[in-house]
Design a protein around this ligand. Structure first.
Ligand SMILES: O=P(O)(O)O[C@H]1O[C@H](CO)[C@@H](O)[C@H]1O
Ligand SMILES: O=c1cc[nH]c(=O)[nH]1
Length: 235
């Protein structure tokens, strides 16, 4: 057991999907995994292990934001030996040519979070996904004829950022979408010599105001879930 995860040793697979929403974790486990067993209910942050096409795979909710995902991913790698981590999250698009429900592979994650400034002082570290996972996910998407966008996402501490964030500047510098966890995931995976990637579905468009419902975010982003599962078992 670790501080925030109640699983016994060996109960978590080396390969894991990480949605922010614990009910998305439950949905993925019950929809895609064979014989899913719930290994964690501490704080309602559900975690399951089962098999996907015969390969042991876990799926663990991480909660929202950098501090929350940092706790879960560090404990998963440090206490349970997790080695391959794919975030399956939602994001808000800030580019005109990206639509609601599009899938984004996060290659890198810029951030306004202070967490890496605490770690690295004046150095601007560049949180980067695993090339192996990114390449594999891109191939999986192409084989399925799924269009994916690949690029730099923005991990923000502020979900409600009206009047604070300069979205136009971020868009002009190539940011595809905003979310709240990838920079921490990529940084910690590097520290623990693990591989990480973020696969995101656009749940809302920040420029147009188009949005999906909580129910849709929980249960309908199948393209992202299936690309992630096919990628994680190939590692
Ligand atoms: O849908 P998830 O994976 O939680 O991701 C996004 O949704 C939450 C905000 O609504 C943040 O966690 C953000 O990163
Ligand atoms: O972090 C997020 C997630 C979805 N939509 C947003 O605008 N921000």
């Amino acid at each position: 057991m670790s501080v925030h995860i109640g699983a016994v040793e060996g109960a978590v697979a080396e390969r894991i999907l990480l949605p922010g929403d614990p009910l998305r974790a439950k949905y993925i486990a019950q929809t895609y995994l064979e014989n899913p067993v719930c290994y964690n209910e501490v704080r309602g942050m559900l975690g399951y292990t089962g098999t996907y096409k015969g390969v042991p795979v876990s799926v663990q909710g991480t909660g929202m934001g950098v501090p929350s995902i940092a706790i879960y991913t560090q404990e998963l790698m440090q206490s349970y030996g997790v080695k391959t981590l794919i975030r399956v999250g939602t994001c808000g698009a800030i580019q005109k040519d990206i639509k609601v429900r599009d899938v984004i592979l996060g290659m890198s994650a810029s951030t306004d979070s202070s967490i890496n400034r605490s770690r690295f002082g004046q150095i601007d570290y560049a949180p980067t996904a695993s090339f192996d996972l990114l390449y594999r996910a891109y191939q999986v998407a192409k084989d399925r004829n799924a269009e994916v966008k690949v690029g730099n996402v923005f991990t923000t501490d502020l979900f409600y950022n009206e009047g604070i964030a300069d979205l136009e500047q971020w868009a002009n510098f190539g940011i595809l979408a905003l979310e709240m966890e990838s920079a921490a995931l990529f940084t910690l995976a590097a520290q623990f010599d693990a591989k990480a990637l973020s696969i995101l579905t656009v749940s809302d468009h920040i420029l147009t105001g188009e949005a999906t419902t909580a129910e849709e975010r929980q249960t309908t982003f199948h393209e992202m879930m299936e690309i992630a599962l096919e990628t994680v078992i190939a590692e």
